[in-house]
Design a protein around this ligand. Structure first.
Ligand code: AQP
Length: 358
C-alpha cells in the first residue's frame, strides 16, 4: 500500500516488436481502466528485449521504446496518474537484476516455459544467450523494486510471477529481513489470451507477427489493413456460427475480441450471432477494431508530433521511478552486506576520490 493509500501495480511490455490488439486487450486497456484505483508503474522492458538478440538486432530499441510509451498514452494511460518509464532509463533494474540472478537456482530458471518455447526461436543449439535463461530473475527485479502489491499479467506470465514470489522469499531468507514484498497476481478475465488470427491455437505474439503476416493486428496498422487481416482470420469449415457445439478456437477468438472491445457478454454474442455466417461476425469485429485503431492512432500522432513533450514525459517517468528504485536497491545492497550504491549519485557523501566524482 502506498502513501496515497492505493495498492501499487507494476506491469510492462517487452520491446520485441510492434504492439498488437492482444497487448491492448490483455494489458494496456486494463491498466487504463484501473488507473484511478491503483498506483500504476508501467514500463517498457527494453533490457528484456535483448534476451533474444536475433529479434531486435538492427532495430533502434530506443525508438521502439518511445513508440510504446507514446502508445500507452494514446491508449488512455494518463502520465500524471501513472508512472511511465523505459527500463534502461532506470539503471537500478540491471543492478538489482544481478542480485536476483545470484539468489535464483538455475533449476528454477530451466523450468520456465518461456525459456523452452522462446529458446526454440533463438535456437538453443546455435548458442542462445544466458539472458534468456535469466529473464525471470530480471523480471523479479522489475517487480520487487517497487514493492508492488499486484502484477496484472496474462496466463502466459503466471509462472514468472510465481517465480518472482519464490525469489523474493528466497532472498529474504538468505539475507535476512523483509527486503522484498511478495506480490500477488492480478488475474484477468476474458481476453487474457488473444490468439493468432492465422493460427488460433497459438497466442497472438509480437515476435511471431514480425515473421508471419496475417498473424496479428498491430495498433499502428492502417485500419483497412487490420480489416483485411480480420476478414482472412481462420475460423472453421462450417458455414455458420453455431453455439450448440463447442466453438472452434478461431470463432471463439473473434468473439472474445469483439466482447472485450465492446464490453459485451457471451450471452449477448449468442443472441446476435447464432446461425450467422462467419462473414457477418468478421465484419462486426473488423468495424470495432478499425474504429478503435483510428482513435488510438489519432492520439498517437498528436503525442509523437510533440517530441519535446514526449521527451519531458520520459524524463519525468524515469525520475519518479528512480526515486523509489534507488532506495530499494540500497536496501537490497545493505541486506547482502554490500556498500550502498546510492552514495555515488543521490546526494549522499561520495566515498571515492575526487577525480571519480560524477
Ligand atoms: N495474445 C495476448 N493476449 C492477451 N494478452 C497478451 N499479452 C501479450 N500477448 C497477449 C500481455 O501483454 C503484456 C506484455 O507482454 P510482453 O510483451 O511482455 O510479453 P509476451 O506475453 O511475450 O508478449 P508477446 O506479444 O507474445 O511478445 P513476444 O513476441 O516478444 O513474446 C503481458 O501482460 C502479456 O500477458
Amino acid at each position: 500500500m502506498t502513501s496515497a493509500g492505493r495498492k501499487r501495480v507494476l506491469s510492462g511490455i517487452t520491446a520485441t516488436g510492434r504492439l498488437h490488439i492482444g497487448n491492448y486487450i490483455g494489458a494496456i486497456s486494463l491498466w487504463a481502466d484501473n488507473q484511478d484505483q491503483y498506483e500504476n508503474f508501467l514500463f517498457v522492458a527494453d533490457l528484456h528485449a535483448l534476451t533474444i538478440p536475433e529479434v531486435v538486432a538492427g532495430e533502434s530499441l530506443r525508438a521502439r521504446a518511445e513508440e510504446i510509451i507514446a502508445l500507452y498514452i494514446a491508449c488512455g494511460i494518463d502520465p500524471d496518474l501513472s508512472t511511465l518509464f523505459v527500463q534502461s532509463d532506470v539503471p537500478e533494474h540491471a543492478q538489482l537484476g544481478w542480485l536476483m540472478i545470484c539468489a535464483t537456482p538455475v533449476s528454477w530458471l530451466e523450468r520456465s516455459t518461456q525459456f523452452k518455447t522462446k529458446g526454440k526461436i533463438a535456437d538453443v543449439d546455435a548458442g542462445v544467450g544466458a539472458g534468456l535463461l535469466c529473464y525471470p530473475a530480471l523480471q523479479a527485479a522489475d517487480i520487487l523494486m517497487y514493492d508492488a502489491d499486484y502484477v496484472p499479467v496474462g496466463e502466459d506470465q503466471h509462472q514468472h510471477v510465481e517465480m518472482t514470489r519464490d525469489i523474493a522469499r528466497r532472498f529474504n531468507s538468505l539475507f535476512g529481513g523483509t527486503t522484498f514484498k511478495v506480490p500477488d497476481v492480478l488475474a484477468r478475465g476474458p481476453g487474457s489470451r488473444i490468439m493468432g488470427l492465422d493460427d488460433p491455437t497459438a497466442k497472438m505474439s509480437k515476435s511471431v507477427a514480425a515473421r508471419q503476416p496475417g498473424h496479428a493486428v498491430a495498433l499502428l496498422d492502417p485500419p483497412d489493413r487490420a480489416r483485411k487481416a480480420i476478414m482472412r482470420a481462420v475460423t472453421d469449415s462450417q458455414p455458420a456460427v453455431s453455439f450448440d457445439a463447442p466453438l472452434a478456437p478461431g470463432v471463439d477468438n473473434l468473439l472474445t475480441i469483439l466482447e472485450c472491445l465492446t464490453g459485451t457478454t457471451r450471452a449477448h454474442s449468442r443472441e446476435r450471432f447464432d446461425g450467422a455466417r462467419y462473414g457477418a461476425l468478421k465484419d462486426a469485429v473488423a468495424d470495432v477494431v478499425a474504429e478503435r485503431l483510428t482513435g488510438i492512432q489519432a492520439r498517437y500522432r498528436e503525442i509523437t508530433d510533440d517530441r519535446p513533450r514526449l521527451a519531458r514525459l520520459l524524463t519525468q517517468g524515469a525520475e519518479r521511478a528512480r526515486a523509489i528504485a534507488a532506495r530499494k536497491l540500497a536496501q537490497a545492497y545493505r541486506a547482502c552486506g554490500l556498500r550502498s550504491p546510492a552514495r555515488h549519485y543521490h546526494g549522499l557523501p561520495f566515498a571515492g576520490s575526487a577525480k571519480d566524482r560524477p
